[in-house]
Design a protein. Sequence first.
Length: 149
Amino acid sequence: MRAVVQRVHRAEVRVDGVPVATIGRGFLVLVGVFAEDGREDLTWMAKRIAQLRVFPDDDGKMNLSPLDIGGEILLVSQFTLCANVKKGNRPSFINAMAPEPAEAIVLDLGKAIGEYGLQVKTGVFGAMMDVELVNHGPVTIVLDSREFR
């Protein structure tokens, strides 16, 4: 499982021009699910996202997690994070999990993050979405559960 975590002042997802999810201060998380991902990947990712300390403390050091600041999470499925571009110019998505099980894992990831006490909102799985954000810093962190294995 791969996630791109962006520290934001605010973020919003729209489908067909209609807002479907909006958050204030927190993380916009784009997540791609690989075919071999399982429960261990989900558990690892949920903990990392909930406890990632990249918000400034009173001294300006990145020392606080979204839990510490009462942050929100906007979780957006993005299978293109599983792209393989080693050969040619057209990405291959053969390593991405099939849509139906991937959707279940993304929903379970949202629930697992929520169990830490964070409010989690989601995009619409499989939809063409417009994602708007104000990245604060900018701070962008890439997490990959395959590094944990």
